[in-house]
Design a protein around this ligand. Structure first.
Ligand SMILES: [Zn+2]
Length: 325
């Protein structure tokens, strides 16, 4: 018995599409939309996932555009795309989690074949669907209450040659920032992009978007970055997109948590640089009375903000990447 069952719906030249089912009993009944593009010449295999967080519409839209791009331009190798990984959460606009088991797939890599729905799905996608991928790309960006900078994440391992290639892949995006997670970082683990390099596999994650609305700039950010990776791998030979953004390299980021439940009046935007002690926003209680200010604990680059003004104590409010002094 094979682990994956593809039900082909259509084919047009190099492109085929349909639904992907899984033999694993925990995923019974799941039929994920997929696209496959195969060139006549052999070459590298690129795996692209979007919609792990199904409100992150710019990432999902870029995945659709990339399907059309590679269907037209692929010269060698193959591209596989899962444009809506968290299908159970799509039409309910589930924030962060998969509604089947209430888990956030983004922190479950490398997956668990003995776990509940989400860890099993992550396991099957990483170790079956994408098992022979030369590069795994995970596209994200801005759940319903979030705004994220246009940034890229990749994990360094200490293997110089491997890390140089990982960096090269990540720098194909024209980003506000590239997070090259340091070898010893421990507070940002569990993403596919953090875990696959420890298994000797290249992975890159891109973030760009806000609040579940289309933003053509962010769609282009995702599209151009992946198209550039396709070119780097020799899958296509079209002209690369140029760079205009800051492309600030940082080594990690930390979360600034909401100190109270109440109202938050944000003073900064994603992508902005802040000084140590700079006001990130002001707080008010439920009556509208002042409840203090939230200050930057160190100089940094704002990678994500929750821009919904009603906040819950302890929630991840801002992602702040430390900048060199
Ligand atoms: Zn996401």
């Amino acid at each position: 018995m094979t682990a994956l069952n593809k039900h082909v719906i259509g084919q047009d030249g190099a492109l085929s599409w349909g639904t992907l089912g899984f033999a694993h009993p925990t995923l019974a009944g799941l039929e994920l939309p997929y696209f496959d593009i195969h060139a006549p010449l052999p070459g590298p295999h690129l795996a692209i996932v979007a919609g792990m967080h199904p409100n992150e519409v710019d990432a999902m839209e870029a995945a659709l555009r990339l399907k059309a791009h590679f269907a037209k331009k692929l010269l060698r190798g193959s591209v596989s795309i899962l444009p809506v990984l968290n299908l159970p959460g799509l039409y309910s606009h589930a924030e962060f989690v998969c509604p089947v088991d209430g888990k956030n797939m983004n922190f479950l890599a490398p997956g668990d074949s003995q776990g509940s729905f989400s860890p099993v799905l992550v396991h099957q996608v990483l170790h079956e669907w994408a098992k022979d991928a030369d590069v795994f790309i995970d596209l994200h960006g801005g759940d319903l209450r979030e705004e994220v900078a246009r940034f890229v994440m990749c994990q360094l391992t200490g293997n110089e040659a491997f890390d140089a290639r990982t960096r090269e892949l990540a720098h194909q995006f024209d980003a506000d920032s590239i997070v090259e997670f340091a070898v010893g970082q421990t507070n940002n683990r569990g993403r596919a992009t953090n875990e696959l390099p420890w298994l000797g596999r290249h992975a890159v994650m891109a973030e760009g978007g806000a609040n579940g609305v289309f933003d053509q700039v962010c769609i282009d950010f995702h599209f151009n970055g992946v198209a550039n990776i396709g070119r780097l791998l020799g899958l296509t030979d079209d002209a690369p997109a140029g760079k205009t953004r800051r492309n600030q390299v940082v080594n990690n980021f930390a979360k600034v948590e909401a100190p109270i439940s109440g109202r938050f009046y944000l003073d900064v935007a994603a992508g902005e640089e802040v000084a140590a002690g700079q006001r990130l926003g002001t707080l008010k209680d439920i009556f509208g009375d002042s409840a203090g200010e939230l200050l930057a604990p160190y100089p940094g680059l704002v990678l994500m903000v929750v821009n919904h003004p009603i906040i819950n104590q302890g929630e991840w409010l801002i992602s702040l990447a430390p900048l060199p002094a």
